[in-house]
Ligand binder design. Structure first.
Ligand code: NAP
Length: 345
């Protein structure tokens, strides 16, 4: 059995890792951390795990890496950034769900996160964990930087267009909506029921930290610097993320040709579904699943492609993708513990 630790197991993505890994046939969860709940039993704090686990929360320490083969870090960004090199000294491999190792450039990280990045060596080892783009590097990675939720939904939708020459890559606009669990479990005024229920609000316009991550991946595919306009919104729902993306066409294009190209591009990807033409992505259809659903449309009057991309922010946008990465790293069937249609309604 593969021994697995989850740092930050009392948070939303940590709990989602637990939900998925507890049913994984090749995994034994050996450690779960929470500072607030250390010493308490997981099932006492979170009764949904009653009957499934006798685990007890411990405090995060470097010693945790000695007890596991894979350590998931489901912690706020910068919390464990400086501990990662210590976690990597032995045989343990790390999958970090935070943003600490996602950006290849320490300077760009410092510009957007306003903290110094002092772990340049670990940063240079980190592999960006979007399997559809970096599967071969993920296999042998010691440190995987699990992508952000918005970058997952936007990058998967845009990637097939990048090398076609059909679109003007300098016109990408991503209008994205997230459920409230995207902000994590910590208390904050804007995520209190009375403030976010029955309200839709834009936030982080032109400044959101996922912008350079989306740009990094699309630029790498394009072979030149690409800028995107990224506009996130908070929606009154618990989980789910929908991105509607607009890109100007450089030539006339039939919707059937676009559909054929997308289906061919993702034909071997178990977790990307290209929707039937005329059907658009819906967060209900991916809830609690690891799927990314992509819908296609051409607005021929305005010579624009309109893409819709739906994921569950906690699954393909975080914990599910992290488990997918773990399966790849261990040479297991990539779909293990993830092969589920989710829940509807
Ligand atoms: N939520 C999403 O949809 C999503 C999607 C993609 C990526 N992410 C990223 O995943 C990471 C976790 O997000 P989340 O939404 O799960 O956050 P969360 O619900 O706020 O959970 C944070 C976890 O970190 C622990 N923690 C907080 N401060 C700590 C500290 N100083 N030392 C040790 N442990 C600490 C908390 O434990 P206690 O408070 O119990 O001590 C809790 O278990 C973040 O970096 C986030 O950006 C989140």
């Amino acid at each position: 059995m593969i021994k697995v630790g989850i740092a930050g197991a009392s948070g939303y993505t940590g709990l989602e890792l637990l939900r998925l890994l507890i049913k994984h046939p090749d995994v034994e969860i050996t450690a779960v951390t929470s500072e607030k709940h250390q010493g308490q039993k997981l099932a006492d704090v979170f009764p949904s795990f009653g009957g499934f686990s006798d685990l007890q929360f411990v405090s995060l320490s470097p010693a945790i890496a000695d007890t596991c083969d894979i350590l998931f870090l489901a912690l706020p960004h910068t919390t464990a950034m400086n501990q990662v090199p210590a976690f990597l000294t032995g045989n343990c491999r790390v999958i970090d769900l935070s943003a600490d190792y996602r950006l290849k450039s320490a300077e760009i990280f410092e510009e957007w996160y306003s903290v110094p990045h002092e772990q340049k060596e670990a940063l240079s080892q980190a592999v960006y964990g979007l399997p559809e783009m970096h599967r071969d590097n993920i296999r042998s990675a010691k440190l995987v930087a699990n992508p952000g939720c918005y970058p997952t939904s936007v990058t998967l939708a845009v990637a097939p267009l990048v090398k076609t020459g059909w679109v003007d890559l300098d016109t990408i606009i991503a209008d994205c909506k997230s459920g409230v669990s995207g902000a994590g479990r910590k208390l904050a005024t804007h995520t209190q029921f009375a403030e976010c229920n029955e309200a839709v609000s834009a936030y982080g316009l032109a400044t959101h930290r996922h912008t350079p991550e989306i740009e990094q991946e699309i630029s790498a595919l394009a072979g030149r610097d690409i800028r995107v306009t990224f506009s996130p919104h908070l929606m009154p729902m618990t989980r789910g993320m929908l991105s509607t993306i607009y890109i100007n066409l450089k030539k006339d294009l039939e919707l059937e040709a676009l559909g054929k190209h997308y289906r061919e591009y993702y034909k071997n990807e178990p977790f990307v579904r290209i929707l039937n033409l005329g059907t658009f992505a819906n967060t209900h259809h991916v809830a609690a699943s690891n799927f990314c659903d992509i819908g296609l449309q051409i607005d021929s009057r305005n010579r624009r492609i309109i893409l819709t991309s739906a994921i569950d922010n906690l699954v393909k946008g975080a914990a599910g993708q992290a488990v997918q990465n773990m399966n790849i790293m261990l040479g297991l069937d990539e779909k293990t513990a993830l092969d589920s249609p989710g829940i509807f309604p």
